[in-house]
Design a protein around this ligand. Structure first.
Ligand code: SAM
Length: 213
């Protein structure tokens, strides 16, 4: 690791890293000084392009990013410092640990962009889009909140559509392929998406809404 990167990990990261040790006291509001802001969550942010973009365009929103991959975390830390972003907090572990601690009705948006597809049947249980994660997100998202999911993997797309389609808490308002084949303007491309497109893959951009309770 270069010295600039070490400095980011040793100095900036501890200031914005989420510690679940004392999970009973875990509160999303407290992460952002209880200033009443809305909180969005991104699971598996990779190099953090999308998270940093959203944080810089939505300075009044608190952004939480989960990513266990240190190289990706360092990339995001570099952007946070370069752009002076003050509204980002990081969880450097399996997102499921954090999702399990999310209080009810605490989240205003969630993103799961190009999750690892785990194509082999015996690995499907590792997929992040799962009944247990969706149970927790359905509880944590406020009424009307968006859950955005993207994938370029046809098998995972089918899986997501099936898992989401049978949930009573979420609504999918797409009426034609244009509604999910095209990325909305307030949804920037990620590195993974760019790689997928360069290989000729087609991407799906799914926006679900948490129905009123
Ligand atoms: C295919 S990459 C996509 C990265 C990024 N979202 C993008 O679109 O460029 C999937 C990412 O999810 C992360 N990931 C996998 N399992 C995870 C988990 N359980 N919790 C948090 N992140 C996870 C991986 O480390 C990886 O960076």
């Amino acid at each position: 690791m270069r010295s600039g990167q070490r400095d980011l990990v040793e100095k900036l990261l501890p200031e914005i890293e989420i510690d679940l040790e004392n999970e009973k006291a875990f509160s999303l509001a407290a992460l952002f000084a209880d200033d009443g802001r809305q909180v969005w969550l991104e699971i598996g942010f990779g190099g953090g392009e999308h998270l940093a973009w959203q944080a810089s365009r939505n300075p009044d929103i608190g952004l939480i990013g989960c990513e266990p991959y240190l190289t990706g975390v360092v990339k995001l830390l570099t952007k946070i410092r370069a752009d002076g972003l003050e509204n980002v907090r990081l969880f450097r572990d399996d997102a499921r640990l954090l999702v399990d601690c999310l209080p009810n009705k605490s989240l205003h948006r969630a993103f799961i962009l190009f999750p690892d597809p785990w194509p082999k049947l015996r690995h499907h249980k590792r997929r992040i889009v799962s009944d247990s994660v969706l149970d927790r997100l359905a509880g944590a998202l406020v009424d009307g909140a968006q859950l955005r999911i993207a994938t370029d993997d046809p098998g995972y797309l089918e899986w997501i559509l099936w898992h989401m389609g049978r949930r009573k808490e979420f609504d999918w308002q797409a009426r034609s392929p244009a509604d999910w084949r095209n990325r909305p303007e307030d949804w920037p491309p990620t590195r993974y998406e760019e790689k997928a497109i360069s290989k000729g893959c087609k991407c799906a951009f799914l926006t679900y809404t948490r129905k009123p309770r």
